[in-house]
Design a protein around this ligand. Structure first.
Ligand code: AMP
Length: 249
């Protein structure tokens, strides 16, 4: 079985993002970038399937500029077998990513495409679902466990009020939730070794896909500042305060 894992380069989740003064976007100049956390779960799960003898090859793919090599190297250092960089200067939106992924799927013919459930920069949570639709394949989204039985993926999904288990016919598209696993720590020697591994590079134009944006970002703004908390001395005082704030009638 072959698994294709999509890894996005995003602002590191420990960084407090700043917004450009003109409100046009988040300012990423000089900011630490990392692999999208959910994509790290996706790589980890693919590796576990390989370690259990259920997968033979894991291919990591990223769409963006040459800078994306770092997240591909991270996937290689974790244990992915190959890395593919599809270069584009275009501002990709989830539909563009899904179309590029479809073209890569047609070349690579994986049995499973694993993505993160969402990218923490756009928080869209759309690329996996769009890819499954474009491929006409089954999908298991927000998965917190994965097993393979015959030609089906048995997945647990997080839903309102609990979990559900579904069987999805392979080939399928699966999107990883954080609960799926704890990604392994990448050791420095593995990272050094990954630096020597080749990264296959394609130009997005070679995949003849229309990645033109369909959405326009109108404005980005800070969330409203939180009011500082107050300590109350008793339940009676708390109830009085809640009445005052209009939170209790
Ligand atoms: P989104 O729909 O933007 O929230 O992204 C969902 C998932 O799609 C991410 O967790 C990644 O697995 C994948 N993805 C999105 N953008 C890219 C990209 N530029 N390169 C590789 N994978 C991506």
């Amino acid at each position: 079985m072959k698994i294709l894992v999509a890894v996005k380069r995003v602002v590191d989740h420990n960084i407090q993002v700043r917004i450009r003064p003109d409100g046009s976007d988040v300012d990423i100049a000089g900011v630490k970038m990392s692999i999208n956390p959910f994509d790290e779960n996706a790589v980890e799960e693919a590796l576990r399937l390989k370690e259990r003898g259920l997968a033979k090859e894991i291919v990591a793919v990223s769409f963006g500029t040459a800078a994306n090599q770092d997240v591909l190297r991270h996937a290689l250092a974790m244990g992915a077998d190959r890395a593919l960089l599809v270069e584009t200067e275009a501002q990709l939106q989830p539909l563009g990513v899904a179309k590029l992924l479809k073209a890569v799927v047609e070349r690579e013919q994986p049995d499973i495409v694993l993505l993160g459930k969402q990218a923490i920069d756009d928080d869209a949570g759309q690329a996996g679902q769009m890819l499954a639709a474009l491929l006409g394949a089954g999908q298991g989204t927000f998965i917190s466990s994965l097993n393979i039985e015959g030609d089906e993926a048995i997945v647990t999904r997080e839903i309102d009020g609990g979990t559900e288990q579904i069987a999805v016919k392979l080939p399928a598209v699966l999107t990883a939730d954080l609960r799926l696993n704890d990604p392994r720590f990448v050791k420095l020697p593995n990272l050094m070794m990954a630096k020597k591994k080749p990264i296959e590079t394609l130009n997005a134009a070679e995949l003849s896909t229309d990645t033109a944006p369909r959405l326009k970002q109108v404005k980005v703004s800070e969330p409203p500042a939180r009011k500082p908390g107050v300590k109350v001395g008793s339940i009676e005082e708390l109830i009085e305060k809640l009445h005052e704030e209009g939170m209790l009638s």
